[in-house]
Design a protein around this ligand. Structure first.
Ligand SMILES: Nc1ncnc2c1ncn2[C@@H]1O[C@H](COP(=O)(O)OP(=O)(O)OP(=O)(O)O)[C@@H](O)[C@H]1O
Ligand SMILES: [Mg+2]
Length: 486
């Protein structure tokens, strides 16, 4: 049809389909959640590690205490310290702070850790400090002691760091496994629930677009009860409507084509009939003289009818060439064209605001008003009982801000039911034999081309049509220009 349809496998700039994007996002989100979990748990891991060392140190301190003044052999002290992983252990009881055992003391302490008043944010910060500490760093750890004020150890930081790195690697591997499993499950679920039906729908839309008149291309909606099911059902309904509409349109188009062909030939036949009847009119026979003007008129009307039907089918109205037009002048033209002078049985009343200008195409505005006024004249003339001197056509015009409102009304019988039901539809509303039923349709088309509106006013004597024509929007720049030049 119009533009070439995109390929179904067209999956965006990076070649990632919906499923690929979902997979990537799921992995990213799970990893993000794991990071949030990792930060407090690594801090907690470190606190536990340190507490373990402190309680081991405390137990050892009690052993040293019971030894009392007796010297603990140096080799035993070393073994105990090595098992705790400390270089020195001290215990404070009462007023004394006692260094219970010490192997080779380091030259300096790099970090002080006080476990007695540990807050969670300090625990997290210190955990990262440990992770990024130097290999030879030494720390002093102070913790509460059940019997005594505190227990204190001096230890190398490297083993703690190694344990924490180990823990981090385990967490990382675990996170990777969890994200892989979660991502796979989420991916499968989304693929089955969303991506696959979406793909089917997309494929169907492409197929339907390629051949919208084929009812076999309408999607078969599943009976899912969720949003996807709803979308499928709506799509199916929409495609059904569209297919039906298109079928009807193409039937009408074919019909229209046939009618225009018939019309074309008919007009030629009628034209030759007109020639014959002109010759016939020259025959002196009184019967011929009596009927030939009627024959001529009927033929003329038939030709005009063919002509207007043909031109409606073929001509697309050109866009209006708008300028400021005096409505009074256009109305006067219409009046003259319809031959409604002072002596005519129908009175013409013009109630247009003085100097009213309409922003419209003058020819099209003329055609709009002529169609409405001619209908009014025909309606008044078609009545069996005539009211000479009372029949009138009234045209009013006024400006309401940026909109001009024009009304054409008459004192005729009003619109018949059939015309009301098919108001402004071509070929449908005519109730007059020999007329095409195009006047109102053409008027409406022209008014709408001006961005305006036409409608039948209810509850009036006769028929009243109200037209609104808005002025063209003036861009701010143009206005500024006008003001500057004024
Ligand atoms: N002012 C009116 N009063 C009563 N009936 C009207 C009036 N204007 C229109 N109608 C009805 O609406 C029908 C449709 O009008 P429309 O102008 O579209 O077609 P038409 O006058 O029948 O044919 P055409 O204008 O193409 O020669 C008319 O046949 C007529 O019955
Ligand atoms: Mg008409």
């Amino acid at each position: 049809m119009s533009t070439p349809a995109p390929k179904a496998a067209d999956t965006g700039r990076f070649g990632l389909g919906l499923s690929g994007k979902l997979l990537g996002l799921t992995v990213a989100f799970v990893m993000m959640a794991e990071v949030l979990i990792y930060v407090p748990s690594v801090a907690n891991f470190r606190l536990n590690w340190l507490n373990d060392r402190l309680s081991a140190a405390y137990t050892a301190a009690l052993v040293f205490e019971t030894a009392g003044d007796r010297e603990v052999p140096e080799s035993v002290a070393r073994q105990i310290l090595a098992s705790i992983g400390a270089r020195a252990v001290a215990l404070k009881m009462g007023q004394q702070r006692r260094l219970l055992a010490a192997s080779d003391m380091p030259p300096a302490i790099n970090h002080d850790v006080d476990m007695r008043d540990m807050t969670w944010h300090r625990a997290i910060i210190e955990a990262f400090q440990t992770l990024f500490s130097a290999k030879s760093d030494v720390m002093r750890v102070v913790g509460p002691a059940p019997m005594g004020e505190f227990v204190e150890i001096v230890a190398d930081e490297a083993p703690l760091r190694a344990a924490m790195v180990n823990f981090s690697i385990r967490i990382l591997i675990l996170s990777l496994i969890i994200s892989a499993v979660t991502a796979t499950l989420v991916y499968l679920a989304l693929h089955l629930l969303l991506v696959r039906p979406m793909r089917q729908m997309t494929a169907n839309m492409l197929a339907f677009r390629a051949e919208p008149e084929n009812p076999a291309r309408i999607i078969a909606a599943s009976n899912r009860r969720d949003e996807i099911g709803m979308a499928e059902r709506e799509l199916a309904a929409m495609q059904g409507d569209l297919a039906a509409l298109l079928a009807q349109k193409s039937r009408l188009a074919a019909l229209g084509l046939a009618v225009s062909k018939i019309n074309h030939d008919l007009r030629n036949l009628l034209t030759s009939a007109q020639l014959f009847s002109e010759r016939l009119a020259k025959v002196a026979d009184p019967h011929v003289q009596r009927f030939s003007p009627q024959l001529m008129r009927a033929l003329e009307r038939a030709i005009a009818f063919c002509q207007s039907t043909l031109s409606y089918g073929r001509v697309q109205e050109p866009p209006p060439d708008r300028r400021m037009v005096a409505l009074e002048e256009v109305a006067q033209d219409v009046r003259e064209t319809l031959g409604l002078d002072e002596s005519a049985p129908v009175r013409w009343i013009s109630a247009i605001e003085r100097g009213l200008m309409v922003d419209a195409d003058p020819d099209q505005l003329f055609r709009i008003l002529l169609n409405l006024a001619r209908n009014a004249v025909q309606a008044l003339e078609s009545r069996e009982v005539k009211h000479p001197g009372q029949d009138q056509i009234r045209i009013t015009g006024r400006r309401e801000g940026a909109v001009v409102v024009i009304e054409v009304s008459d004192t005729g019988p009003g619109l018949p039911e059939r015309a009301r039901a098919h108001l402004f539809e071509a070929f449908q509303g005519s109730t007059r034999p020999g007329s095409a039923g195009l006047g109102l349709a053409i008027a409406a088309e022209l008014v709408r081309a001006h961005g305006g509106d036409i409608r039948l006013v209810e509850g009036t004597i006769g028929a009243t049509f109200r037209i609104t024509i808005p002025d063209r929007a003036v861009s701010l720049d143009a206005r500024r220009g006008q003001r500057a030049s004024a």
